[in-house]
Structures are given as structure tokens and as C-alpha cells.
Design a protein around this ligand. Structure first.
Ligand code: OSB
Ligand code: MG
Length: 382
């Protein structure tokens, strides 16, 4: 029987400039401060990414809180411990409440470590943890997320560029004042593309009649219209819309999915492994949606190759039935911190790596170069 003993965990700080900044209803991300966890057992090395941002805009965690929780509590809870399964990490980290993006950096590294220790790809490891009837996929259908632009014409130009690159599902960020007119213009130009909108919690239930005006645009879904910590009011909004609601921010664990489905708060789930504390809970949510036939896709947090490879492994599972927010490496970073890059196939898919583990390797020279920029770029972030 395989066991792994955690010998050492090191944190690395890197500065990752985005090829294209992403403007959302909660702010602008142009340069990501990223914490990477390097977890070692014997000769094996695995990596995990903390996707907490510089500011508590998407959720309450920041790079600063993550560093504090990791160094003071989570790393000491894991080092020296022997695990019989990667999900043992959940129990070892249970004394810390909340902080899912922070825990995910370690939890996901434990799964990568486990995949390596058992000689499997991460995708196969996640698949065999369930168990499932249907096989997993070798390539994952993906889309692209487009931020709030200065003008509608700018938006149309970016959509055109993305469609030419091969993306067949377009997601647009919206906010009050940047919604119905935008959707109307995009639909006029592209009557048939797979189109969805993401509000990142920018509306209230009082906006229900306004949001219902989006129904005529044949949207794939409307992502997280109401508060980040709400499920109840979404259950009051969904019956007033023909467009399916998809919850992102509101889903922190499998029980949130159960509650949302029970209440009719949404019809689609966005599964972001970091937002639910890592791959252990991601597998549980996947299984729940697979068993219940609930449409599911994998969301993104502008991950480096470390997190992207892990998201891709989740997206290869058979319960993921809609295109995921997993674009090619060149849409995010040039270069990324890992090799090889993820490339978009002409049919809007990305190949799932076949090798052992996550399928990407950290480039030590880039780790050093991106790390050196930290103090100058984020002098007082933590
Ligand atoms: O709401 O899905 C979101 C990025 C950062 C934080 C929140 C979100 C996003 C995205 C980008 O939409 C998705 C991606 O990584 O491509
Ligand atoms: Mg979202």
C-alpha cells in the first residue's frame, strides 16, 4: 500500500504579469502575485498554487492572509505526517477554518504527489478516486473569459480575435451599466456563438426585471449575478429568469452545491478547485454533479501552469459537460512558469497531459526571475 510522508514544504513567491489584464465588476488584475508550494517526499516533488489575489475582491483571502495561514498553521500541520491518501490532508488541515484558496495550494500538491507515487497521471488519479462508469476525456472543451472593455467595439474586436484563435465559447464580464446593450451588440454581430455572461456578484434581487432582459439573447448561462455569500436570493431570482444561473463565488463545498440544487438557486455549477479548498473537495463536487446529472464546468482563476494543469485534470472527468474556463497558456502568460505550454486545438479543446503527475514542470530559472521581481512589484503586500 502506498503512503507518503511529507518531508518538506517550501513557499515560493512569483510575480506573473498577465498578457491581457482582466477587468471584472470587482477590479482589475494585471499582475498576479502568486504563492507556490513545493511539497517533497523522498525524491518526489509536487507543486501547488495559491490563487489568492493581492486584494480581497473575489473572496476574502489575499496573498498576505495566505502566507500567514500557510506558514503559521497549515505547513506545520502537514510536515512530518504520513498520508495513506491525498484526502488525508483535509483532516490534517481541518483545524483551520475557511481559507480554501490557501488550503488548495497544499491539497492539490498532495494529489500531484500521490499521482507520482502511484505512477499515474493526475487525471487518472482523480478519475479512479470516484469510482465512475464513464471514461475520462483525453481532451477538454474550453472557452475564453473576456474582461470589461472601454467600449463595445473593443469587445467585438476581442471576440473576433478569440473566435479566430479557435475558441468556441465566449464569456463576457458584466456589471450594471455594461450588460444588456453589450449582449445585444454581441448577439447582433454573432447570432450563433456560445455566449455567457459573468457578473461576479454585481447585482441585487431588485435588479431581477433588468436581468430578465438578458433572456432574449439565448445565453448559455448567467454566472453569479447576486452576492458572493448568497444562495437564498439566487433561488428567488432563478424562477424569474429563463437563462440558467450558474453559481461560482457561492459554492465553497459540496454541501453548498446540495443546498443550491435543493433550493433551485441555479441550474449549472462552476467548479473551481481552489475555491473549494483543492482537489479533494473538487472530486466530491464532481461526483455529486455526475450522479445527479447537473451540468458542470471548471472555472479558472488566471492560474499559472501549475494550477492550470490541475484544473485540466479535473475538467477531463466525465461529469464536466460544458466548456471550461481553461484557455491556452499564451492567453495568460508569456512565458509561463511551467513547460510545456497548453495549446488550443482547432476544435476549441486542450489536450490532457499523458505523463505521470500533473504533466508540467516548473522552470527553475523562471522561478528565480519571476521571484526576484517581488519586492519591487509588491513592496508591502504582506
Ligand atoms: O469569476 O470566473 C471568475 C478570474 C479571476 C477571478 C474570478 C474569475 C476569473 C475569470 C477568468 O473569469 C477565468 C480564467 O482563468 O480564464
Ligand atoms: Mg465567475
Amino acid at each position: 500500500m502506498t503512503t507518503i510522508t511529507i518531508d518538506q514544504i517550501r513557499l515560493h513567491r512569483v510575480v506573473m504579469p498577465l498578457v491581457e489584464p482582466l477587468r471584472t465588476s470587482f477590479g482589475l488584475e494585471a499582475v498576479r502575485p502568486v504563492l507556490l508550494a513545493e511539497v517533497r517526499t523522498g525524491d518526489l516533488v509536487a507543486w501547488g498554487e495559491c490563487t489568492a489575489a493581492a486584494e480581497p475582491g473575489y473572496c476574502y483571502e489575499t496573498v498576505g492572509t495566505a502566507y500567514h495561514i500557510l506558514t503559521k498553521f497549515l505547513i506545520p500541520a502537514l510536515v512530518g505526517k504520513t498520508l495513506h491518501h491525498p484526502s488525508d490532508g483535509t483532516r490534517l488541515m481541518a483545524s483551520v477554518r475557511g481559507h480554501p484558496l490557501t488550503k488548495a495550494a497544499l491539497d492539490s500538491a498532495l494529489w500531484d504527489l500521490w499521482a507520482q507515487a502511484t505512477g499515474q497521471s493526475l487525471a487518472d488519479t482523480l478519475w479512479s478516486a470516484q469510482p465512475l462508469q464513464a471514461p475520462r476525456r483525453d481532451r477538454v472543451t474550453v472557452g475564453v473569459s473576456i474582461g470589461i472593455q472601454p467600449t463595445i467595439d473593443d469587445t467585438l474586436a476581442i471576440i473576433e480575435k478569440r473566435l479566430k484563435e479557435g475558441y468556441r465559447r465566449i464569456k463576457l464580464k458584466i456589471k450594471p451599466g455594461w450588460d444588456v446593450e453589450l449582449a445585444a451588440a454581441v448577439r447582433a454581430a454573432y447570432p450563433d456563438i456560445m455566449l455567457m455572461l459573468d457578473a461576479n456578484s454585481a447585482y441585487t434581487l431588485d435588479d431581477a426585471d433588468h436581468l430578465a432582459k438578458l433572456d432574449r439573447f439565448n445565453l448559455l448561462m448567467l454566472e453569479q449575478p447576486l452576492s458572493h455569500d448568497d444562495i437564498y436570493e439566487h433561488s428567488k431570482l432563478q424562477p424569474r429568469l429563463a437563462t440558467p444561473i450558474c453559481l461560482d463565488e457561492s459554492i465553497l463545498c459540496a454541501n453548498d452545491v446540495r443546498l443550491a440544487l435543493q433550493l433551485g438557486a441555479c441550474r449549472i455549477i462552476n467548479l473551481k478547485p481552489p475555491r473549494v479548498g483543492g482537489l479533494s473537495e473538487a472530486v466530491a463536487i464532481h461526483k455529486l454533479c455526475y450522479d445527479e446529472g447537473v451540468p458542470l464546468w471548471v472555472g479558472g482563476m488566471l492560474e499559472t501552469g501549475v494550477g492550470r494543469a490541475q484544473n485540466l485534470a479535473v475538467a477531463s472527468l466525465p461529469g464536466v459537460t460544458l466548456p471550461s474556463d481553461l484557455s491556452a497558456t499564451n492567453r495568460y502568460y508569456a512565458p509561463d512558469i511551467t513547460e510545456p505550454p497548453f495549446v488550443l486545438n482547432p476544435d476549441s479543446t486542450i489536450d490532457v497531459p499523458r505523463g505521470i503527475g500533473s504533466g508540467v514542470t516548473i522552470q527553475p530559472d523562471r522561478l528565480a526571475a519571476f521571484g526576484a521581481a517581488w519586492d519591487a512589484t509588491f513592496p508591502d503586500i504582506m
